[in-house]
Design a protein around this ligand. Sequence first.
Ligand SMILES: Cc1cc2nc3c(=O)[nH]c(=O)nc-3n(C[C@H](O)[C@H](O)[C@H](O)COP(=O)(O)OP(=O)(O)OC[C@H]3O[C@@H](n4cnc5c(N)ncnc54)[C@H](O)[C@@H]3O)c2cc1C
Length: 811
Amino acid sequence: MKSHVQVAVIGGGVVGCSVLFHLAKAGWKDVVLIERDELTSGSSWHAAGGFHTLNGDPNVARLQRYTIDLYQELEEISGQSCGLHLTGGVMLADTPERMDFLKLAHARGRYLGLETEIISVAEAKTMFPILDEKHFVGALFDPAEGHLDPAGTTHAYAKAARSKGAKIYRHTCVEDLAQRQDGSWDVITNKGNLVAEHVVNAAGLWAREVGRMVGIELPVLAMEHMYLLTEDIPEIKAYNEETGKELIHVIDFGGEIYTRQEQYGLLLGTYEQACKPWSPRQTPWDFGPELLEPDLDRLAPSLEIGFAHFPPLERAGIKQVINGPFTFAPDGNPLVGPVQGLQNFWCACAVMAGFSQGGGVGLSLANWMVEGDPGHDIWGMDVARYGEWATLAYTNEKVRENYSRRFRIRFPNEELPAARPAQTTPLYDRMIAQGAVMGDSWGLETPLWFAPEGSEPRDVLSFRRSNDFAHVKAECLSVRNGVGITEIANFAKYEITGAGAEVWLSHLMTNKVARKNRIVLTPMLNEFGKLIGDFTIARLEDDRFFMFGSSQAQIYHMRWFEQHLPEDGSVRVRRIDLGLVGLSIAGPKSRQLLARVCDDDVANDTFRFMDFREMDVCGAPAMVGRITYTGDLGFEIWVKPEYERRLYDKMMAAGADLGLKNFGMRALLSLRLEKNFGTWFGEFRPIYGPFEAGLGRFVDLTKNDFIGRDAAMAEKDNGPKLTRISMVVDTVDADVMGDEPIWHDNKVVGWVTSGGYAHFVDKSMAQGYVPSELVDGVAQGSFEIEILGERYPAHRQLEPLFDPEGKRMRG
Ligand SMILES: Cc1cc2nc3c(=O)[nH]c(=O)nc-3n(C[C@H](O)[C@H](O)[C@H](O)COP(=O)(O)OP(=O)(O)OC[C@H]3O[C@@H](n4cnc5c(N)ncnc54)[C@H](O)[C@@H]3O)c2cc1C
């Protein structure tokens, strides 16, 4: 064994081998993989080997496509067959709602370059003749589906990696990891120790345990999973002989079944409702390449549907049932990337579909390690998307929910119930008592909308406008016509202090640093000039700043801040999280309301737009900024949690005669639409430049050499390739949800990033990116947006529909 390496990848399943291959391909020679047993001896050896591109997150779908396209190259480099059967596949819809879901997936596929097709049940039957048509309403065909040999594929990655200089140590178990002063790791194994500059946790079934070696609890859990193999089915043999073709891969959402041909029979698996975690607390180290006891009772409900949907199945004998464990994160997507708070420790785990995703995971992680950036928008897989609230118990509940919903529809207005409430603010009970419908905002219960007395506080799930429509409208109107109040505890909050704080902020952010008691809005870029943050920063003292941003990105941002802190300790960044909570009041009467509950002068010329100060509000010590995301006159009031109830109660009492009303996140997101404001992870993501995103006015290229400045300058000089636009859409009863294709001249030219109904201006609106050359001089109405299979005219809206001159927020 070597004594010193650049990278030690722990785990020789399909994912670890893919990471090793991609690192070696990128030119890193001194990379080793350490496997406790033989390669594939975790989950990889007993996988069903199916692969497909469908994923709820389009960016993950794109990487799944990369994985599938990679196999041929892998076979060529390694000389090892992956046993590829690129049969194509269909997803069968049993209800109109499921058909809507498939149309959505199809539309998304268009801008990803996926060649899916909506087909009839009769057409599906020509490719999968054993289905009974009467149970289905339509289908989606995807040519990039099929199955492969899991062991062959894992070995193909391994051989290809070896051919590029990587080493593999089998029968070597990593027993502990200890960090050295210089950030490298002592990798302690049963065969001796080595020092690795970087460690990658690709330990699959043991990823949680390897995490514990470095003091972290990764949100990952293994579930038992079963598939069965049938005896030969004569109808399949006849089809093969008649057509010379193999059956295609099938997902039957009604039965929660996936199936494909295996020899002349079927391989059929289910994501059963009565699902079962495996080793929920500790994966045994002596678990070898063995199978778990099958439990046909758990499969029975799905099998019964399968017998009806595919009648020859009922007549076929079952040859074998495979039951094996494999791992999931709470949302079913992988955990990839560097872990915040640790140096040189990387994750490539919780990959539940290793043969669809392994290539994309390996590529992004290798890019990240070698180039400093994953090279793709991999937020959906980033290990930083979870906070400390994702405990062992949370993960257990969420993974079970996710597993049992694997083939279920997730509606755009659907909040999933498992593991909630996880975190609540002091106002939770008051909000519930007033009819709040709550949503999960990065583990925190947050009011979405309020059901007035007499209506049920519950979302009716739909792809179209739903029961909240009229109530959200009323909330928007109460803001625009009077004053509304909303809880903003779910924003991310940071305190930045120290003698070096100003210089540091100026180096990280694109905008000038705020003067004392002022606020600035500023994007943050990576070295490639792409957007990695969008913040509101307020300065309270020369060396004390408060920063507000997206709650979901807190760990993502802390990871970046820590990586860029000066070593001399002159800057401290503290994630405040729920140590600070807040309320926003907005609307033309909001100043009148604030004046009633504080002793300070809050007149327009004394407390100006973008001012920030400490003052007592409702008798509670608070920090107040004159800014709101509604784009109206408004204030954000921040207090410690112990003052929040006082603040809220007194504010409600003081505002009663002004018509003060609660409003929720949905109204807030609607109000920002008519101001053309973008959202983090919607419009602002690490694949766009600041000028593309329309944030150029917050980028001061002359102030100093901030991170990403050269790239931003080049973007400006060359002209942005894409442009974010706001559009009014002529729809009838359904608004965009995000990821819909934008058409121009009968071609898909872009995609929607977010949208919905802008209630005050009474228009359906969407934002999205299109090539810049289409923006200049394009007449109104020449774009179309595809919503649930129909194309609707979309008119570019240059100015905000509400208060284009910003008089309200400044007045
Ligand atoms: C029944 C079943 C059917 C499936 N069907 C499909 C399918 O059709 N398509 C699909 O894409 N996926 C399928 N999967 C899932 C697929 O198997 C996994 O996504 C994949 O195997 C994950 O690979 P991995 O490399 O992350 O983990 P693993 O395969 O678990 O590999 C981890 C490796 O790390 C090693 N290791 C762990 N700890 C240490 C240590 N401390 N020191 C050294 N080595 C260590 C282990 O020995 C193991 O070999 C299925 C899974 C099951 C159980």
